[in-house]
Design a protein around this ligand. Structure first.
Ligand SMILES: Cc1cc2nc3c(=O)[nH]c(=O)nc-3n(C[C@H](O)[C@H](O)[C@H](O)COP(=O)(O)OP(=O)(O)OC[C@H]3O[C@@H](n4cnc5c(N)ncnc54)[C@H](O)[C@@H]3O)c2cc1C
Ligand SMILES: NC(=O)c1ccc[n+]([C@@H]2O[C@H](COP(=O)([O-])OP(=O)(O)OC[C@H]3O[C@@H](n4cnc5c(N)ncnc54)[C@H](O)[C@@H]3O)[C@@H](O)[C@H]2O)c1
Length: 577
């Protein structure tokens, strides 16, 4: 059971308010009162299965003060910090959780002139910055280079000779940690410089437009806000029967620290995390075995892209796999015995195999971090832990009605577990609370897997588009282009790759775009922006792309589509200049 209270007896925690409108709002804190509590994330969010182990990045910076509520009153009365408060409330907007979702919302709120506070129980930046996107991309930057340097054939094709490539594990781990620290500081400073009040402690909802934060019990502070956003994120999901010890059976929280590079590691789950870590581990010399519950690897991707990705990212590497099986019991290595993994058939549930390996990474999805948020005080029941919301991120109560002034964004609502989706949802909510209706089109949000080469996508997969077309009675067509025909890709000796577009030939609407190839993660935005802005193929195909660039792969994709009524609405009459 999760509960948002402190259990560590050594932990002395008192809440405070840091007003960031300037360095001088001391809010009863003097430098000698500032100290590290030495609390791990688990201690703060007691019982939560986040499995973070102790590190500077997962410690809580806490301040000793007992004057928090006075400070709040002072802030409101003075109109100190960002914006001017709506009459009768301490803040216009209070956000619980300073991950990328909360951070994006806070920045936009200040731009809109809202007096804003953000409550954080751990460190600013949340999963993405401290235990997700940021450190993982640092490791992937290393794996990309290692892979290239180790590929003698690839190097020779450029006429290059490279001596055997090697790496220093601690150096690689430091690169990831340093990057996380840098980005965390950047995020914190951006909040401070805009005058967002960072309130340290565990936040929860105590009633309509009312939030408390701090240590559960004696030193909590209640604040009021015209609007409240819950942005409390997620933690690794660990299936029943799996014993995580943080050393030999690990989640991404541990893997990102790269404390070891096991000779043989099983990765349970071949989604984003599994795939990205397979890229890292194999580049650093590990052998990988995937265990995937569904019948194919990478089940979340467009099947055609998945197949090609398997040919390039899995088959030629030191990777084997078991599909259609569940890992039901995983026991960490102890007393000289290896990690033991018991597999059952996903359909018949019959025992299938037992693997004995050096380590196992559990990459079976993420669980929302929503317990202990006081949702019962506003009559909200979670669904498998996720907070139910409508298309405007407005929280829905147990009777199916909207809870006024309460929103939930990011991983905690489960709509799309991506950093930029969390932030975009936050911005959308701020637009609404500032008086402008806004609905985010989730089908225009791109996603990318940062393997070498990368995979990216936006909108529907081909099977999803076919299903929709059948239901709604329209035709779909597919266009494809290859990186093999692209000058820049060939100059880089990176011809492995395709771009695929699913579209409506009757009106030129783009339904989905999927790219596998060099820099696919950067290339997808032309398509995602087109979908977001409602741009049709017959218009975008006239846009000019620099030569020679990888983006010509996408240019060719648009140009090769066959739209029946090929009448451009955007191409203006020729103008003499
Ligand atoms: C290994 C890995 C790699 C990833 N890579 C990518 C990627 O490349 N691109 C991408 O788009 N996404 C990636 N993601 C997903 C991305 O990290 C998440 O989608 C994103 O972090 C969600 O943001 P959020 O703001 O909803 O929640 P979080 O980032 O989880 O932030 C929630 C914050 O709320 C705080 N909090 C929770 N409860 C309370 C409370 N009661 N009171 C106060 N504070 C509280 C937490 O401490 C945390 O700081 C990755 C995830 C992982 C695990
Ligand atoms: N580059 C990125 O944007 C990026 C990178 C990492 C993570 N993420 C986000 O983090 C979230 C979590 O990533 P993830 O890879 O853990 O989840 P995921 O949902 O992408 O993949 C989980 C995989 O595990 C399989 N699985 C689940 N239970 C299993 C079991 N008991 N045995 C065997 N297989 C099992 C599922 O079938 C699925 O293929 C994702 O939603 C993703 O959006 C994004």
């Amino acid at each position: 059971m999760q509960s948002l209270s402190l259990s560590s007896s050594s932990a002395q925690f008192t809440a405070t308010v840091r007003s960031n409108s300037g360095p001088t709002n001391s809010t009863a804190v003097t430098p000698n009162q500032l100290r590290f509590c030495g609390l791990r994330r688990e201690a703060l969010f007691n019982g939560c299965k986040s499995s973070s182990s102790s590190s500077s990045s997962s410690r809580l910076l806490c301040f000793k003060t007992t004057r928090a509520s006075k400070v709040i009153a002072g802030l409101s009365a003075n109109g100190n910090g960002n914006g001017a408060t709506t009459k009768g409330y301490d803040y216009d907007l209070v956000i619980i959780g300073a991950g990328v979702g909360g951070h994006g919302a806070a920045l936009h709120a200040v731009e809109k002139g809202l007096k804003t506070a953000i409550i954080e129980g751990d460190v600013v930046g949340g999963t993405c910055v401290n235990r997700g996107c940021v450190p993982s991309k640092a490791l992937l930057a290393v794996s990309g280079r290692m892979r290239e340097l180790q590929n003698e054939h690839h190097m020779k094709s450029f006429g290059l000779q490279v001596a055997a490539a090697g790496y220093d594990r601690q150096g690689v781990a430091d690169h990831a940690e340093n990057l996380a620290t840098k980005i965390r500081n950047n995020l914190t400073n951006s909040l401070k410089s805009l005058g967002v009040d960072i309130l340290t402690g565990v936040g929860s909802v105590v009633g309509p437009q009312k939030v408390k934060f701090g240590k559960a019990g004696d030193s909590e502070t209640v604040i009021t806000a015209k609007d409240i956003i819950i942005a409390t994120g997620s933690v690794p999901f660990v299936p029943k029967g799996v014993e995580v010890d943080g050393k030999t059976v690990i989640t991404s929280d541990h893997a990102l620290k790269l404390e070891t590079v096991p000779e043989w590691i099983v990765i349970v789950g071949s989604g984003y995390i599994g795939l990205e870590f397979s890229d890292v581990y194999t580049a650093l010399g590990s052998e990988v075995t995937f265990v995937e519950a569904l019948d194919q690897l990478m089940p979340g991707f467009d099947p055609e892209i998945g197949k090609l990705a398997q040919r390039v990212l899995i088959n030629p590497r030191k990777i084997d796999y078991h599909t259609g099986v569940f890992a039901t019991k995983i026991t960490p290595a102890k007393e000289g015995n290896p990690v033991r993994i018991e597999l059952i058939d996903a359909k018949t549930k019959e025992p299938k195999d037992t693997l004995e390996v050096d380590a196992a990474l559990i990459a079976t999805g993420r669980a929302p971090f929503t317990q202990g948020l006081g949702l019962e005080n506003v009559n909200v029941e979670t669904q498998r832990g996720f907070i139910p919301v409508d298309e405007r991120m407005r929280v829905i109560d147990s009777k199916g009605e909207l809870v006024p002034h309460l929103y939930c964004i990011g991983d905690a609502n489960g709509k799309m577990m991506l950093a930029h989706a969390a932030s975009a949802q936050g911005i959308s909510v701020v637009e609404q609370v500032s008086g402008k209706d806004h609905v985010l089109n989730h089908l225009s949000i791109p996603a990318a897997c940062f393997t070498h080469p990368e995979i990216s996508m936006v909108g529907l997969t081909e099977p999803q588009a076919r299903e929709k077309a059948e239901k709604e009675g329209f035709e779909i067509s597919i266009a494809k282009t290859s990186f093999k025909a692209n000058t820049k890709a060939l100059a880089e000796n990176e011809g492995d790759g395709i771009a695929k577009m699913i579209y409506r030939p009757d009106n030129g609407e783009i339904l989905g775009v999927h790219i596998f190839g060099m820099h696919a993660a950067d290339l997808i935005h032309e398509a995602s922006n087109a979908i977001a802005l409602g741009t049709r193929i017959q218009d975008i195909k006239y846009a000019v792309h620099a030569h020679p660039t990888l983006s010509e792969v996408i240019d060719e994709l648009f140009k090769s589509a066959k739209v029946k009524s090929d009448v451009s609405s955007a191409v203006a009459e020729p103008v003499a200049v």
